[in-house]
Design a protein around this ligand. Structure first.
Ligand SMILES: C[S@@+](CC[C@H](N)C(=O)[O-])C[C@H]1O[C@@H](n2cnc3c(N)ncnc32)[C@H](O)[C@@H]1O
Length: 280
């Protein structure tokens, strides 16, 4: 496997911090619809792309038939090993219906999704390119897989309470970094949900998109600090000359939010595509 591109490796501590907010924010109705779509199939096959430590499995399995067969795919073997650790921690063995595969989705997308009744992912879509999505949707349509991409950033960021002179500069540099190639082609960033919807609709899918917004305030101090540090680091990658400015912004804004002087909303979208039913 080639050396991973900067921005394609994720810290387990970050994934653990975001998991409770991710699960609370998701469009639960879309997960129910996905479950209904699989209910008629015996032992349905689900593939989760960019699994990380297994957050999507832990959320979605409650909505899917109990005999669902899961394939969990990521290029980071250390994160995949955490799926079993999580299961052990909860006092359960890893289900024999769950397997993990270390694969680079830049080179092995088609073998990864082959035969799936449902192709799903969470917090992955902003990393991918339009060409990657085209391949995914073409293969999904050919085998009539349902598609559920959750928690994709959509670019809506709302800082409430007070304005900061550096908000605009930080968010604009962040948007530049979101379009940087993270190993899966020129990243679509916050435009990715619209591209996914268009690709699915063009192939006759019935598509439903619903918001999955993070509302952050004094209740999640560690997540806020990690998120804003991450945004500052991404902004510095795009505009290194402004590093000092972006780091101070993150410190000020984290202090604001954790002290209750402002709140933060981060827009995400969940998208479900079901084959063969056209959008009205
Ligand atoms: C933001 S994390 C999301 C993880 C998990 N789905 C969740 O919701 O917590 C993105 C995941 O995509 C994986 N990833 C990034 N590029 C990849 C690639 N080229 N092939 C396979 N996995 C990749 C990362 O290792 C990481 O686990």
């Amino acid at each position: 496997m080639n050396a991973p591109v900067e921005g394609s490796i994720f810290d387990n501590a970050w994934l653990a911090l975001r998991e409770p907010v991710d699960h609370a924010s998701r469009a639960h109705g879309l997960s129910q619809l996905a479950g209904r779509a699989l209910a008629a199939r015996s032992a349905p096959k689900v593939v989760d792309l960019g699994t990380g430590s297994g957050s999507n499995l832990r959320y979605l399995s409650a909505y899917l038939p109990t005999e669902t067969r899961w394939r969990l795919i990521d290029h980071d073997a250390d994160l995949l090993a955490r799926v079993a650790a999580h299961a052990g921690h909860a006092g359960h063995a890893v289900s024999p219906h769950v397997t993990t595969e270390t694969r680079d989705l830049a080179r092995e997308l088609c073998p990864a999704i082959g035969g799936a009744d449902l192709i799903t992912a969470s917090a992955l879509l902003d990393l991918v390119s339009d060409a990657w999505l085209d391949t995914l949707c073409r293969s999904a349509a050919a085998q009539r897989s349902a598609v559920l991409f959750a928690l994709s950033v959509d670019g809506r960021i709302r800082l409430t309470g007070r304005t900061d002179t550096d908000d605009r500069a930080l968010l604009s540099a962040l948007a530049v970094d979101q379009r940087r190639d993270k190993g899966l082609g020129a990243a679509l960033g916050t435009a990715a949900p619209a591209h996914l919807i268009n690709h699915l609709a063009a192939r006759g899918y019935g598509v439903t998109a619903m918001p999955a917004i993070w509302y952050l305030d004094t209740r999640q101090p560690e997540l806020v600090a990690a998120l804003l540090d991450g945004w500052a680091a991404a902004a510095c990658t795009a505009r290194p000359a402004e590093a000092r400015r972006f780091k101070s912004w993150a410190a000020r804004r984290t202090a604001d939010i954790t002290a209750g002087r402002s709140g933060l909303e981060v827009g995400h979208i969940d998208v479900l595509g079901l084959p063969g039913r056209r959008t009205p």
